[in-house]
Design a protein around this ligand. Structure first.
Ligand code: CTP
Length: 408
């Protein structure tokens, strides 16, 4: 989604400028056209050559440089930008923008642009907390500037406090979210579930499954990047929280059901990617089960958990996932019918390149109209987008799916 987008990356004079080399590199690798503007102070911390080497483009450092293609029409970048990102943003640039000052290429570009501007502040904690800076930040927020960070932690001064440049991944997530605002899911609410639920046996042990959460997180991020307002209901995973997505953490199937029921009250789409445990221990031992109390073995009595996907009903598109090991399409068709789904994505979890833990997946998509589409091996993100393509198609024909379920 970053491919062919023009991202103007403004760098100001803070020590965190060195971290932004990584940002410039990642955005360029993702196919974006990254135009760098550095303030004079920024060039004291890191050289323009670093950014030129990473982006393969001219780095603008002065407003009136006859050798730069952008200096003559000094608002050229303001017009070309799909988004402007200022990272790190010092207290000084924040103050200049808040005051409408345009005395260098970056502040002039920001003043002249109609593109969204993302600001990633990084500064000394006292400068950050100073009422002048706080007033300026509040002014910019009120004008629609998008802020990411600052983070809390150890600052260059040695002090601990607010003022660290936020993580580069956080900035990239925000850029994607902002660029996706006009995507084909703009204005739609999507609820996604992910991860494998954990059903407690005692305070230390649980029954779990091999789900890594990667497929569900990929769906949540893809929907965000297409403009949707995403709620991600997630069982425990080792993945970091996606930026720009409302995350509800849960542990058990029962908790997940409660969260899903609440979230679908206002949704256009539910995509259940989570591997929900089908059984939970009938009772949870209060204390740790001790070996000496169980004799030669331990028998656990399990009871069924709620089938969330089958039980939640309403005026929204329902997408399910099925992990199968045999009779893949036939089993998935049964689930599509039994759980009244619009789409089911089924994968053979015995295959090493699809299923649990890996970044790729090979799925077959079956729609309620009987259409079967076997997708080749692709990244989980691509699979997510192919599912969302189908969802978008169905959303435009929504009355049909409402009729099918008898929703008035
Ligand atoms: N699902 C659910 N609640 C459950 C079990 C599954 O909502 N208690 C959802 C999953 O999130 C998935 C779909 O139902 O989207 C199919 O899950 P799967 O485990 O393949 O099917 P089950 O109905 O559990 O059937 P089985 O395990 O017998 O194959």
């Amino acid at each position: 989604m970053l491919a062919n987008k023009t991202i103007v990356l403004g760098i100001t004079g803070g020590i965190a400028a060195y971290k932004v080399a990584d940002l410039a590199s990642k955005l360029t690798q993702a196919g974006a056209r990254v135009e760098i503007i550095m303030t004079k102070s920024a060039t004291e911390f890191i050289t323009p050559l670093t950014f030129r080497s990473l982006t393969h483009r001219t780095v603008v450092t002065e407003m009136f440089n006859v050798n730069s293609e952008f200096s003559i029409g000094h608002v050229a970048l303001a017009t070309a930008a799909d988004v402007i990102v200022i990272a790190p943003a010092t207290a000084n640039i924040v103050a200049k923008i808040a005051g409408g000052i345009a005395d260098d290429m970056l502040s002039a570009t920001v003043l002249a642009t109609e593109a969204p501007v993302i600001v990633a502040p990084a500064m000394n904690v006292n400068m950050y907390q100073n009422p002048a800076t706080q007033d300026n930040l509040a002014k910019l927020k009120a004008r629609g500037f998008i802020f990411v960070g600052p983070g809390y932690g150890r600052l260059a001064s040695g002090k601990i406090g607010m003022g660290r440049l936020t993580d580069i991944e956080e900035i990239i997530g925000t850029i994607k979210q902002v660029l996706g605002r006009s995507g084909d899911l703009a204005g739609k609410n999507i609820v996604v579930t992910a991860g494998g639920t954990q059903e407690a046996i005692d305070p230390v042990r649980y029954i779990g499954n091999r789900s890594s959460g990667k497929m569900g997180y990929a769906v949540a991020e893809a929907a965000r990047d297409r403009g949707a307002k995403v709620t991600l209901i997630t069982a425990p995973t080792a993945l970091s929280k996606p930026v720009g997505v409302a995350v509800t953490p849960v542990t058990t199937a029962v908790q997940m059901k409660k969260a899903v029921v609440k979230a679908v009250a206002q949704t256009d789409v539910l995509i259940m990617v989570a591997a929900v445990a089908d059984y939970q221990p009938k009772s949870v031992a209060k204390g740790k089960i001790k070996k000496e109390t169980t004799g030669a073995g331990l028998t656990l009595e399990l009871v069924k958990t709620p089938d969330i996907l089958a039980e939640v009903k309403g005026d929204f598109i329902k997408v399910g996932f099925a992990a199968e090991t045999e009779d893949i399409v036939a089993n998935a068709r049964k689930k599509l019918a039994n759980k009244q789904l619009d789409i089911i994505a089924v994968n053979d979890v015995t295959s090493p390149d699809s299923g649990f833990g890996v970044d790729t997946n090979r799925v077959t998509l079956i729609s309620h109209d009987g259409k079967v589409e076997s997708l080749p091996l692709m990244s989980k993100r691509e699979v997510a987008d192919r599912i969302l393509d189908k969802v978008v198609g169905m959303l435009t024909k929504k009355p049909q799916s409402q009729m099918r379920r008898g929703v008035s």
